[in-house]
Design a protein around this ligand. Structure first.
Ligand code: ATP
Ligand code: MG
Length: 587
């Protein structure tokens, strides 16, 4: 599809972007320089994420600045300045120390987006222990699986979640020594084998000296989204903070006065790298909403919290498009100056819709749990080609590689050639392994490249275009078809709210394209609409790429982080086992 490039001019920018000139910034960039712009622990004791995020601001002029503002489901607000966050996270580190939790040991948190989650995350890092977040919506099985794989020593959760999901697991998780419950003491009393988070925190000192931390010490354990199979536990080290800091500066354009809202839950890597760490290392204010998506609520947060930078996901954008642009008119969103999106391909339609709805295009960026930070992005100062992920971050070398018959890989320089997206290893937030899966980790590297498992192309100007996950790509009559291309076209039809596309085995073509479509509220499924959609897609995509079959569905299955689970659509279509559904959002 040919979408017009969105040209940026000086007029579109309200502040001077951190990345003004792409080529210059890339040429001058070095990770060492970013590392030097951070503090490091006092007296050369190394590099610790929590020091860069919190402690370095506590003694300085920003100590009284609002660091985190929590909006609860019930409408209460809880604020933490950098100084208060410093004290609370030190208390938590002291709690761990008192419980005998050692450096490198794993601290899990199973909670919604409440202050205790963020305090435990940063306090864990102060103590040199490893933080591992879990989605609060997980059932007992995925919780058990992850704590067992991660050898969790401590779990922080709430009394309600404990009763419903964790109590029954205690006998099968012998390594889980301490369970800390947040909430009122009344709720917690009578739950044997647990500790009262608030009591322990009240008893703890609010000062803590971070022990020496090697930049290569383990800091974070993040499970992948499970879109293509069983989630993998990606391990990250303290110096990942160098990448969190630099990438946020370029791809999210943080400036000192910004109010940032990252809608991702920390159970997904975005909610930790950019929902906790990066805004704090920049000394800005983050808004955190405990509630789930609701269009009106979101617009009022953007307005009332005076959000300037907003980082969200395509699935949320699609839901907002479904709710329509009329409701936006009732809100004053003039403070908003930059919108970015990650997690899935952002349909060109959505980029352009952002411009209509907010007066701002939506900037897509690409990364993975494994990369720890944004790798390819659309920047505030750069023209956007709707549907493209943008260009690699300064310090990141990306290529499209092909697999040679001898099993090695080589970059293909010819613009427009489709191949696997690969990155040159060496950036600070690169994962250091999949927990307990050494062989799988090793297989991600070949001929000096990290292979991402995603297929893409690069155009002559260096913009990268997502084609599909290698696992999802459809092979039909000798053509390789990325589901995203087909889904994007279906989304251009006024009736379509969501679309998921798979390859269905076919004796003649190998596979044929089949689409599952959810409609906008004003439309009803029917034969006429089906034919209209088939014709609409065929006209735009041609006979080979257009879907041959379309089914109407109430919604397409998605992960908790909002990614379409095409493998599930396929398994259901073919009557095959559904596989790991631990990250499936309830349907
Ligand atoms: P699993 O590896 O368990 O199957 P996952 O790959 O979905 O799950 P994440 O690490 O959360 O887990 O997601 C990274 C993937 O999400 C990328 O490899 C890519 O397929 C997709 N993705 C992320 N951002 C974008 C984007 N901007 N455009 C297209 N795809 C994206
Ligand atoms: Mg993946």
């Amino acid at each position: 599809m040919a979408w017009e490039t969105i040209k940026k001019s000086q007029h579109d920018l309200r502040v001077t972007p951190n990345l003004e000139d792409y080529d210059h910034t890339c040429a001058d960039f070095s990770w060492d320089a970013v590392r030097r712009a951070l503090d490091g622990l006092p007296a050369g004791a190394g590099l610790n994420i929590a020091h860069e995020a919190v402690d370095r601001y506590v003694a300085g002029p920003l100590s009284g600045r609002l660091a985190l503002r929590f909006l609860s489901k019930r409408g209460e607000t809880r604020d933490f300045t950098y100084r208060q966050l410093g004290s609370e996270t030190s208390r938590f580190a002291n709690v761990l120390r008192r419980l005998g939790v050692a450096k490198g040991e794993r601290v899990f948190v199973l909670a919604g987006r409440i202050p205790e989650l963020y305090i435990a995350a940063l306090g864990t890092l102060k103590n040199g222990s490893v933080f591992c977040p879990l989605f609060s919506a997980f059932g007992p099985a995925p919780i058990r699986q992850r704590i067992a794989i991660g050898d969790g020593r401590v779990l922080v959760t709430t009394a309600a979640l404990y009763r419903r999901k964790v109590e029954q697991l205690r006998s099968v998780l012998p390594g889980l020594r301490h369970v800390l419950l947040a909430g009122s003491s009344d709720e917690i009393r009578g739950l044997p084998g647990t500790l009262d988070y608030r009591l322990l925190m009240d008893e703890a000192e609010d000062r803590f000296v971070i022990p020496p931390t090697d930049p290569e010490d383990l800091a974070l354990l993040h499970f992948t989204s499970g879109t293509t199979g069983t989630p993998k536990g990606a391990m990250h080290v303290h110096q990942a903070v160098v990448a969190h800091h630099a990438t946020a500066s370029y791809a999210l354009d943080f400036h000192p006065e910004d109010v940032f809202w990252c809608t991702a839950d920390p159970g997904w890597v975005t909610g930790t790298s950019y929902g906790i760490i990066a805004p704090l290392t920049h000394g800005i204010t983050s808004v955190i909403d405990e509630a789930e998506f609701d269009a009106e609520r979101w617009y009022s947060i953007l307005q009332n919290q005076r959000v300037t930078i907003w980082y969200t996901a395509p699935t949320a954008v699609r839901m907002m498009m479904k709710a329509g642009t009329d409701i936006i008119r009732g809100y004053d969103l003039r403070r908003l100056r930059f919108i970015a999106s990650v997690g899935e391909p952002l349909n060109p339609e959505a980029v352009v819709w952002g411009r209509e709805a907010f007066g701002l295009p939506i900037h897509d960026n690409w990364w993975q749990t494994e990369t720890g930070g944004i790798m390819i992005a659309n920047y505030p100062a750069m023209d956007i080609r709707p549907g493209s992920m943008g260009r690699p971050l300064p310090g990141i070398e990306a290529a499209i590689v092909r697999h040679r018959p001898d099993k090695s890989v080589e970059p293909m320089d010819e613009p427009g050639t489709q191949g696997e997206l690969a990155l040159r290893p060496g950036w600070p937030s690169m994962f250091r392994g999949y927990l307990n899966e050494e062989e799988r980790y090793r297989k991600c590297f070949n001929s000096g490249w990290y292979l991402t498992g995603d297929l893409a192309t690069r155009d002559a100007d260096g913009y990268f275009w997502f084609v599909g996950r290698a696992d999802d790509v459809i092979k039909s009559s000798g053509h390789l078809i990325g589901p995203f291309e087909v889904e994007s076209v279906l989304l251009e039809h006024p009736a379509v709210a969501e679309a998921g596309v798979i390859g269905k085995p076919d004796p003649v073509a190998g596979e044929v394209v089949k689409a599952f479509v959810a409609l906008k509220p004003a439309y009803a499924p029917g034969e006429e609409l089906r034919l209209d959609l088939l014709g609409f897609a065929r006209k735009r995509l041609g006979a080979v790429v257009a879907p041959k079959e379309i089914d109407f569905v109430a919604g397409v299955p998605k992960t908790r982080s909002g990614k379409i689970m095409r493998r599930l659509l396929k398994a259901r279509e073919l009557g095959l086992p559904e596989g790991d559904t631990s990250t499936l959002e309830s349907e």
